[in-house]
Design a protein around this ligand. Structure first.
Ligand code: FAD
Ligand code: NAP
Length: 313
């Protein structure tokens, strides 16, 4: 049944930024509501080992996010399984419409909607999505046991995905558009030492090749960026790992954004261009994009919101 819920602080998103904001806002007695979205726990739920979360030499991404949710709930945050379809920041209280039929009104909003996987934008990529084309090795790697896989990208995600996929694949080919990787050195070291991985430098993926009956990938056509020559690399699975774009669709026409859609905040704060609206995590960060920095910004957003609300009172 449609209902309206009012809260002092509405937190949108359940990654490290959202849960940390919820912990701090709860401890400030603001009784926050956190709406999880369609990916409860955020991006870390689609990875395995996380080795740079302070206090845990190694922790599984999904486990860490379960703990963060439990922490937020234990501090008193109300965590709701819903997705915000639209947000009206033009007047106070701010209004958010949930897919589940609930309307949320809030004195302050903390946006923590993070980022989503970027795609190459090829028609053939779209055609085979879910039928050999994926952006999540932990979700889909299992389907390629004993088969050949191609991964596109040169950052931490691409290297991590390539390494993880060697658990299933007979061979993994990493195709990168430059002659050096952006990934951390320790990850590169592991990549180069892995006998199942071949790296093809200075090439882009031009097209995903496949069969239609049944629908499935048979290879990719790659192009040498210097000579323009093309060739085919056979594979059953093609994983796109070329970065992530900020999930700012909800607010793009309402808040100032920059650098291709990242929500702009006043330097050193989480204040956006609308008073009472704060942004944290990958949604606003085109530089660091880490779990720990997102959590740090979630903390800042809750403190900024608490101070702003106190000023209004
Ligand atoms: P996200 O984790 O992106 O979460 C966004 C949240 O917003 C989700 O819960 C989503 O459901 C919600 N949401 C979006 N839209 C809506 C909406 N309309 N309504 C409601 N909710 C919404 N970082 C590290 O530090 N170490 C690592 O080892 C590491 N490994 C990674 C591995 C992979 C494969 C990937 C993709 C990323 C990795 N990162 C790692 C980066 C890290 O995951 C991100 O920096 C971090 O998760 C960002 O947190 P966030 O809270 O900003 O948002
Ligand atoms: P990223 O660091 O932005 O790297 C994206 C990679 O894809 C780059 O190598 C880029 O090439 C390539 N690329 C981009 N667009 C392309 C296109 N159209 N065609 C071909 N290649 C393209 O993204 P990410 O690897 O997803 O990482 C995102 C953030 O999460 C980073 O801050 C990263 O550190 C973090 N993360 C951390 C870990 C970890 O700590 N273990 C794991 C995963 C992610 P160029 O290099 O030429 O630009």
């Amino acid at each position: 049944m449609a209902e309206t819920r009012h809260t002092r602080v509405l937190i949108i998103g359940s990654g490290p930024a959202g849960y940390t904001a919820a912990v701090y806002a709860s401890r400030a007695m603001l009784d926050p509501i956190l709406v999880q979205g369609i990916q409860p726990g955020g991006q870390l739920t689609i990875t395995t080992d996380v080795e740079n979360w302070p206090g845990d030499t190694e922790v599984q991404g999904p486990d860490l996010m379960v703990r963060m949710e439990a922490h937020a709930r234990a501090m008193g945050a109300e965590v709701i399984s819903d997705h915000i379809a639209s947000l009206d920041l033009s007047k106070r209280p701010f209004t958010a419409q949930g897919d589940g039929g609930t309307t949320y009104t809030a004195d302050a909003v903390i946006l923590c909607t993070g980022a989503q996987a970027r795609w190459l934008g090829l028609p053939s990529e779209e055609k085979f999505k879910g039928f050999g084309v994926s952006a999540c090795a932990t979700c889909d790697g299992f389907f390629y046991r004993g088969k050949e896989i191609v991964v596109a990208g040169g950052g931490n995600t691409a290297v991590e995905e390539a390494l993880f996929l060697t658990n299933f694949a007979s061979k993994v080919t990493l195709v990168h558009r430059r002659d050096s990787l952006r990934a951390e050195k320790i990850m590169q070291d592991r990549l180069f030492k892995n006998p199942k991985i071949e790296v093809i430098w200075n090439h882009t993926v031009e097209e995903v090749l496949g069969a239609t009956d049944p629908l499935g990938v048979t290879g990719v056509r790659i192009k040498d960026v210097d000579s323009g020559e093309t060739r085919e690399v056979p594979c059953a699975g093609f994983f796109v790992a070329i970065g992530h774009a900020p999930a700012s669709e909800l607010v793009r026409d309402q808040l100032e954004t920059h650098m291709g859609g990242y929500v702009k905040v006043e330097p050193g704060t989480t204040r956006t261009s609308i008073p009472g609206v704060f942004a944290a995590g990958d949604l606003t960060d085109h530089v660091y994009r880490q779990a720990v920095t997102s959590a740090g910004m979630g903390c800042m957003a809750a403190l900024d919101a608490e101070r702003w609300l106190a000023e209004q009172d």
